[in-house]
Design a protein around this ligand. Structure first.
Ligand SMILES: [Zn+2]
Length: 179
């Protein structure tokens, strides 16, 4: 069984943590964690550190840790960069998705089970529901889905402008933009 990449994200990147969880990657995020604790957890779990903090990045490089400095501003550019460097999927596979709130695994559940947990209109319209095994939050494909798909589509387009050279593993920028 191949083990998927897992992450720990620094305190400035909570939004990206939620995206990575939705895409199915085990991602830790705390809103108040000192650098040395992030580093210790990354070593303990063999996690990739994602940070906007150059100081933390330098510490990681000195300690030979897997670390990505994320200076991009938009979600799609950030996701494209993580995909380039660590090969993450840029589409949602609901079988793999984790709870964006707590990183728990999701379980597909029968409609009846969520009857008291979701708004009546959602219950009427949807047939597919998931519940977080850790925090119990219920999920369904709602109105926000379109926005998620649009962001991922843009991330895939950005990502496709780059290709990874098979020999040596260096990342080559083939074209910045076709426009
Ligand atoms: Zn949860």
């Amino acid at each position: 069984m191949s083990v998927e990449v897992s992450f720990i994200v620094d305190t400035m990147l909570g939004g990206i943590a939620r995206w990575l969880r939705m895409l199915g990657y085990d991602t830790l995020y705390y809103n108040d964690l000192e650098d040395w604790r992030i580093i210790n957890i990354a070593i303990r779990d063999n996690r990739v550190i994602i940070t906007r903090d150059r100081g933390l990045y330098v510490k990681c490089i000195k300690n030979d840790l897997k670390c990505l400095l994320l200076e991009e501003e938009s979600t799609e550019n950030r996701l494209a960069k993580i995909s380039r460097e660590y090969g993450i999927r840029l589409y949602v596979d609901l079988e793999k998705s984790r709870c964006p709130v707590c990183n728990g695994e999701l379980a597909k559940v029968s409609k009846e089970l969520v009857k008291d947990r979701v708004p009546g209109r959602v219950y009427e319209r949807s047939n597919d529901f998931w519940i977080c095994r850790s925090c119990g939050k219920a999920y369904w494909i709602g109105r926000h889905w379109r926005g998620i798909e649009d962001t991922l589509k843009r991330a895939r387009e950005i990502s496709s402008l780059y290709s990874k050279r098979s020999s040596g593993g260096s990342v080559v920028e083939e074209a910045r933009s076709s426009k």
